[in-house]
Design a binder for this molecule. Structure first.
Ligand code: NAP
Length: 287
């Protein structure tokens, strides 16, 4: 049995879809916080079980009989270390033979604020004794889809990433990578994958591509980190989220999300999705 946590999220759904290409649905467990959201998966024959990271009582039953587990990092920033530790403990109890975890690119040395919860989760996985695979994902190209309309409207894209390069790939690319690891016939235990897009871009190049596709002038405006955070707060984002996003950009400026090892390409056996495709799919990309 292969279980995927967070299976009703964007990435989790894509992993399940990828697995279903080769694995019978009865051998896939969608371990989800809210089973009602997974009715479509159940109707395909996927085994749906409740697994709430904050409710330890749900975790051991959800993982019963599971051989391989994909732990998709949770979305409740600040609570994730304890939540992930609860899943790891349940996996050990259930005798899981391989635990794959979606971490962040170069987690061991990433200066991005969000990396700390991933580092601590990685440490907990290592000390659990369960054979593990670290899927250290770079940014999703989709992170920028929502920025396209705003950039076209404002004539500018704001950030504090300087000329840092971002090696992003689409969620579907990372999902196929995770599925490839889960169905691999060879032993994956102990592997650490740095997963990133084939191509990288700066935010100035992102703005230039938005301008090219929309036919409207769009420039990149680089700001000091504190100023960028203030812009995000003014735009209505909560202080904490604004700080996280500004920290991420500051990390990008230092090369935190650049990787040219093409490990994701090798894992999925095809080119990753370029940022231009994500921009093209965004509603405001055409004039
Ligand atoms: N690499 C990147 O660029 C990037 C960007 C954003 C996020 N991430 C990370 O990657 C993860 C997957 O991305 P995504 O796009 O699929 O995010 P998403 O659509 O927000 O999905 C997050 C999933 O985590 C589940 N979850 C959250 N808290 C939970 C809990 N207490 N118990 C059980 N499940 C819980 C959610 O369950 P529900 O369906 O019930 O809400 C959802 O299925 C995110 O959670 C985050 O850690 C990475």
């Amino acid at each position: 049995m292969i279980a995927v946590t967070g299976a009703t999220g964007h990435l989790g759904r894509l992993v399940i879809a990828s697995l279903l290409r080769t694995v019978p649905p009865s051998q896939i467990v969608a371990a989800v916080r809210t089973p009602e959201k997974a009715r479509d998966l159940a109707s395909k024959g996927v085994v749906v079980r409740q697994a709430d990271y904050s409710r330890a009582d749900t975790l051991a039953p959800a993982l019963a009989g599971v051989d391989k587990l994909l732990l998709i990092s949770g979305s409740e920033v600040g609570r994730r270390i304890e939540q992930h530790k609860a899943v790891i403990a349940a996996a050990r109890q259930a005798g899981v033979k391989l635990l794959a975890y979606t971490s962040i690119l170069h987690a061991d040395r990433s200066p991005i604020g969000l990396a700390e919860e991933h580092r601590q989760t990685e440490a907990a996985i290592r000390s659990s004794g369960i054979p593990f695979v670290l899927l250290r994902n770079s940014w999703y190209t989709e992170n920028y889809a929502g920025a396209v309309a705003q950039a076209v409207k404002m004539g500018a894209h704001y950030g504090c990433a300087g000329s840092g390069r971002i090696s992003a790939a689409s969620r579907a690319d990372y999902a196929d990578g995770a599925a490839a690891v889960l169905i691999a016939k060879n032993d994956q235990g102990g592997r650490i994958y740095e997963l990133a897009g084939d191509e990288s871009f700066t935010l100035a190049e992102f703005a230039a591509e938005v301008a090219r596709q929309s036919g409207k002038p769009v420039r990149y405006q680089d700001l000091p980190e504190a100023e960028y955070k203030a812009v995000l707060v003014k735009a209505g984002l909560p202080e904490v989220i604004a700080g996280m996003l500004a920290s991420a950009d500051a990390g990008i400026a230092k090369g935190a999300l650049f990787d040219d090892s093409r490990q994701l390409h090798a894992l999925i056996g095809r080119a990753t999705t370029p940022i231009a495709s994500t921009i093209a799919a965004a509603p405001a990309s055409k004039a």
